[in-house]
Design a protein around this ligand. Sequence first.
Ligand SMILES: [Zn+2]
Ligand SMILES: [Zn+2]
Length: 314
Amino acid sequence: MGVSPQLPAYTCSKCKKRPAFYNRAYSGEYLCKKCFVKAIYKKTVETIKKYKLINYGERVGVGVSGGKDSLSLLFILSKFLGAERLVSITIDEGIAGYREEAVGFAETVSRRLGVKHVVYTYKQLFGRSMDEVQPLKGDHSSCSICGTFRRRALDIAAEEAGVDVLATAHNLDDLVQSFLIILTNGDLDRLAEANPAVGYSTAFSARKVHPFMAIYERELAIFAMLKRFPMQSVTCPYMNEGIRTEVRNFLNTLEEGHPGIKFELLRSYEGLVERRTFRNGGSCSRCGRPSRGSLCQVCMMMDALDEASRLHGG
Ligand SMILES: [Zn+2]
Ligand SMILES: [Zn+2]
């Protein structure tokens, strides 16, 4: 066992007073705790302004799962925009022993910030909780079913809340991972759905924006810790991220050797989206919502689950 070398004490590059606790490899800055918290707030506000994610007077729905990133987003937006312009939206997938804790965090933090909080369940919207979907899912992964339902649930919640914009806590890592995953499967229309720069909107739904798109997952974790947001103690029992875990590890290795490469990938993503004209899709023949085929993803998923349920029952 070696003795770890004594790290030289650095002073914060911003305030030049307090001791630094964090080194931003991509910029070379050393930051103290206070300046770190300020830097995350500032970066979020700059991103909102740079991309015009939220315009003057618009009402904003915030997707709050109860995870640390979503609590941080709600906190920053409530400071920047004021609590009265926000609605905190929680989707309860119906996973016993797992979701209750995070739904509680979303409730507590929303109340503390004075933000109106609404909860929608898969059970009420789609007739089945994720627990009830399990025996019926067949070839579909839980995460793909859950993701399809969550996007629709957020759309419905945003419409009912009458908001102009729906903000979610996707960070730089999330977006760049999605970008690479899309590149591996060629489904380029999906690029628009996660369009990092301008947000995706249809005649139906609120504009979807990601104010944390330029912030590293790692920095958001530190921010949540410094702000003492509650942390989930349980992970989802159905989680099966497939290739995403490998893509995340790959990107982290790249970033270690080449600080800032995730930003560069984000820029390429933006560039591609700008150059591509996206097909203006049709609508679902059953529910009327935007769809690339005659039935939308949600209606197809519901059919598959109903079919599996009939087979199960009979
Ligand atoms: Zn400082
Ligand atoms: Zn449909």
